[in-house]
Design a protein around this ligand. Sequence first.
Ligand code: FES
Length: 122
Amino acid sequence: MPDPSADGTAAVLDLGPLTDFEPDGARRVDVDGHRLAVVRLGGPDSTDVYVIGDRCSHADYSLAEGEIDEGEKTLECWKHGSTFSLETGEPTCLPAIKPVPTYGATVVDGRIEVRVDPDGGK
Ligand code: FES
């Protein structure tokens, strides 16, 4: 999981308690003008959290409503089936050809924090 405060130039936003996010689940979170898909991998004790842009790059559908492949670390768009890497945001199959934004996330004192660049990821 990338460190959200690694370079100190981006805003760090609080997404709430880790326990509000279902293990092995994805949820859309709208915060500070950013539309995010928050994915929590692993079992109930896991703090393995990924955050990518929620808006599919093929059309405006929510990625958080798609299926997670935990082994591949991808999230599938439910509309037409493109899958996106949770680590890079790159699509791994058509029809999407553009990546979605990725955001550094970490768990601090039981809460998920995400780093957002001032100009990116909206
Ligand atoms: S809207 Fe996501 S693949 Fe088409």
